[in-house]
Design a binder for this molecule. Structure first.
Ligand SMILES: Nc1ncnc2c1ncn2[C@@H]1O[C@H](COP(=O)(O)OP(=O)(O)OP(=O)(O)O)[C@@H](O)[C@H]1O
Ligand SMILES: [Mg+2]
Length: 384
């Protein structure tokens, strides 16, 4: 690889969503050229990158040709053509995280098998080809309620996940290759973002608590530091590090965990990239998750992850009944509140529950940040 901290070094990011945009912003601090490929030139990162290429990340030729233009390739999404990444790697392109890590993670069936094979705690599961096979197994009483069905591939933001509490919920079953998981009696959903560089240095970000919007089935609010005992935090870090090492990770891995009502911790899923649960690190930690990803993939020393301030992060979601050109109502009002830091992603069109931005809210204490977050939530509305 060429000298990395020079303006000639080309970092390729697949693709150009909000995570790619925030990674691009940090890359510019280090004077690194960023090449972005995305399906649409309206993508958030397309506006600010050095060079933009229009292409479909699931298409072999598009991914391969893009990969050939850069010195180092990384990604901000999972649904990428793996065959193209494998060929690029074979021909000498550095790709972090490794395409094989991505291959395992992007299929929830393989991902769960990976945890099982590596003795990483995760809820019991089995794999099904289609809905009929699930229904047949149910008839034999071999699956018990409540359970969770997840599509093996291409689910995101809770799309592709169905929680089946009883027979009445069976209408929600999806007809596609999927896993059936035992439902966890969740006390808290937690996340650890762990970074590892090629030299083997590993660092975790402080534990984050994710609060769910049940209607949208996605994270609405995130709290850091998580309100759990130090023992639980240590256990979560231990598990996250074990997962990262098992993957021989280079880059960032966000490990989503469940703490159940009995105090057991298990892995829900992992993402080999920057993550929604790390947005607050831009303002609230010494090093942001975006800077950490760059440090990791460039084999630089990893940054300090210490918290500078307690923080709440709110996802700014499109209001349920609006679709069309986006308008943010109440932005000026929330800017009057000290410690409120909005990030608008630049998506032109709002849709119900679409992630249009996020807001980090800093407070002297987590209680203070939560109070301000409540005001922000009631004031800022995304409409069309
Ligand atoms: N085994 C389970 N038991 C109980 N609830 C679950 C289980 N698996 C998932 N859920 C709930 O569904 C949510 C979404 O599941 P998951 O994280 O696997 O899907 P996803 O679409 O990949 O999510 P995202 O992109 O939002 O991270 C979880 O955060 C959790 O609230
Ligand atoms: Mg998830």
């Amino acid at each position: 690889m060429e000298q990395k901290s020079s303006s000639n070094f080309k970092l390729g990011i697949m693709s150009g969503g909000q995570l790619g945009k925030m990674l691009t912003q940090v890359a510019s601090v280090f004077d690194i050229q960023v090449y972005i490929m995305d399906k649409t030139k309206e993508a958030p990162a397309a506006q600010i990158c050095h060079s933009f290429f229009q292409g479909d990340q699931t298409n072999f030729d598009d991914v391969y040709n893009f990969g050939k233009k850069v010195n180092l390739l990384t990604f901000e999404i999972e649904h990428i053509n793996i065959e193209a990444l494998r060929k690029l790697k074979q021909e000498g392109t550095t790709i972090y995280p490794d395409p094989e890590t991505l291959y395992t993670i992007k299929d929830k069936g393989l991902q769960k098998e990976f945890y099982r094979n590596n003795n990483i705690p995760t809820s019991e599961f089995s794999i099904y080809e289609n809905k009929v096979k699930i229904l047949n197994t149910l008839k034999k009483d071999a699956i018990s309620y409540p359970f969770v069905q997840k599509l093996r591939k291409e689910g995101y933001d809770g799309k592709g996940v169905a929680v089946i509490k009883n027979e009445n919920d069976l209408v929600k079953l999806m007809n596609a290759p999927s896993i059936i998981e035992k439902a966890v009696n969740i006390e808290k959903e937690l996340s650890v973002i762990v970074a590892r560089n090629p030299s083997g240095e590993i660092k975790c970000f402080p534990l984050v608590e994710m609060v769910f919007n049940a209607e949208a089935n996605l994270v609405e609010q995130l709290i850091c530091p998580a309100e759990v005992t130090p023992i639980i935090e240590q256990e979560c870090n231990k598990i996250a590090i074990k997962v990262a090492k098992a993957f021989n990770l280079v880059g960032l891995l966000a490990v989503e965990l469940f703490l159940d009502k009995e105090g057991n911790i298990s892995v829900n899923e992992s993402a080999p990239r920057t993550h929604n649960s790390g947005h607050h690190t831009i303002e609230a930690n010494i090093t942001s998750q975006y800077e950490q990803q760059l440090r990791a993939i460039f084999d630089w020393p990893l940054g300090e992850t210490t918290i500078l301030s307690p923080a709440v992060m709110l996802n700014v979601l499109g209001e349920p009944n609006y679709q069309g050109e986006v308008k943010f109502e109440g932005l000026e009002k929330i800017l009057k509140i000290p410690g409120v830091k909005p990030h608008i992603y630049g998506k032109k069109i709002t849709k119900p529950f679409r992630k249009m931005g996020h807001i980090t809210i800093l407070g002297e204490t987590i209680e203070e940040a939560k109070e301000k977050a409540e005001k922000v939530k009631n004031t800022l509305k995304v409409k069309a």
